[in-house]
Design a protein around this ligand. Sequence first.
Ligand SMILES: [Zn+2]
Length: 342
Amino acid sequence: MYSALGRPKRMLLHLAVKFIGNRDLMRNSLLLAMALALVTPAVHAAPPSSEAPKVQRFVSQVKSYEANAYLIESSEGLVLVDGLMLQSDLPPLIGAIKASGKPLKGVFLTHPHVDHFGGLAPLFEAVGQAPLYATQRTADLVAQVNQRAFDQGWIQAFGDDYQKSAVTPDRIVKHEEVLSIAGMDFTVLDLGAMEADNNGALVLPAAKLAFVGDALLSSHVYYVGEGNSAETLLALDKLEAQLAGVELVHPGHGGTMDPARLIADNRQQIQAMREEVAKLIDATPDPKQRPDAALINASLDRLSRRFAAHSSYGFPLRVLIANFNFPGLLAEMRAERAAASH
Ligand SMILES: [Zn+2]
């Protein structure tokens, strides 16, 4: 699927890589993004008929992977996008909900990952239940992903700070459905498999904003460990058109940024990781053999330099790429080659 990309697109990609590869530009763009984040309410003072929504961002701790939740406030009430992970992540969010004096009219879960849905159960206990919206596939996967975290044994490290039972979304929304909550009209996007097995997004056209969960990651290394890198590249190509008119994207990790920059950066990251894993497979065509450690290290060296300006969810960058991204990507690309050879 990667090789299906045309030549002009590749040339553009190389330009994008050159651009994003420049550290000074990257730093400047991060500063710009930070500045934009500070003036966000002024930037989207757009809708003529009603008051512009206020958007507040809440970030979980480094130990719970620096995930974002967004509280969107209209004159009628509050809409929350995602729910953080640990009980100790929640006090600022709970405080803001209570301080607003407005009802929480609905919550949208962007994708079935623990760092985004884990905090919903304790949140609802603290502020009261609200309708929980998600796409069908995300709703189907929440309980399963929660159980897998226990089966794999890593979530137990958080002890009582992680509430054991996950809240399953009770309101299913479909692709391109208009979801009206608290007087705001959101357009739902079901983006399919990308960073997670399913990724949904909310577009708020009146304010030229989008909330995309982990479909787009800002100044963070893209996670391809679930083996969806080829589908992600295709989804990123479509996303440019789907986000037409959107000026600012609120991602699942990292700061607010314009969509073109995020899409270009995320595409470049995934291409770079695929190029490295392709080299490993070329050198080790037998799927039963592990790629040579020296080759893996050389790949990690190159990617570490390339992603030096990106955050890695509290893990050392090499550990994140080697232990979380490479295994899923290797399996995915070996399967692609096997399918292509039949
Ligand atoms: Zn996440």
